[in-house]
Ligand binder design. Structure first.
Ligand code: IDP
Ligand code: MG
Length: 141
């Protein structure tokens, strides 16, 4: 399993607030290369599949409505040690607990509307990118 890829979503509120440009700039500045990217809107079915691990959580229904509430930008990014470095760059799930300088500290509105998703493992990255991109769209060397 390769370790140089991660999957991200610029979530509805961050996209609506025109934070896409600044966020991509920070991805690139931190050494992440864009390998695939698209503007899309999740339907309920896709959001359920994407967040399946959280099905029993009290915030699940709210998370589904939030993630389907507007357009998002999904992307596959490449960098050595992608998973850990990306999670460090975005910061804690709850922006109130995120370190200064992290994307969530800078761009999140709440624990739910926390600006960006980042895969939690190499396996998750593979699973998540295949939900949004076809094999033809995932052309890595
Ligand atoms: P992560 O995105 O930092 O990996 P997870 O625990 O995997 O965090 O949760 C997935 C997403 O669900 C979070 O990014 C956030 O949008 C939402 N979420 C997680 N915990 C809560 C909560 O306690 N209240 C509301 N939303 C939450
Ligand atoms: Mg997670």
């Amino acid at each position: 399993m390769r370790t140089d890829l991660t999957f991200t979503i610029v979530k509805p509120t961050a996209f609506e607030k025109n934070y896409l440009g600044p966020i991509i700039e920070i991805f690139n500045r931190n050494g992440f290369k864009i390998k695939a990217m698209k503007l899309t809107r999740m339907n309920r079915e896709k959001a359920k599949e994407f967040y399946a691990e959280h099905e029993t959580k009290p915030f699940f229904e709210s998370l589904l409505s939030y993630m389907t509430s507007g357009p998002v930008v999904v992307a596959v990014l490449q960098k050595e040690n992608a998973i850990a470095d990306f999670r460090e760059m975005i910061g804690a799930t709850d922006p109130a607990k995120a370190q200064f300088g992290t994307l969530r500290k800078m761009f999140a509105d709440s624990k739910e509307a926390n600006a960006v998703h980042g895969s939690d493992s190499n396996e998750s990255a593979q699973r998540e990118m295949s939900i949004f991109f076809t094999e033809e769209e995932l052309f890595f060397d």
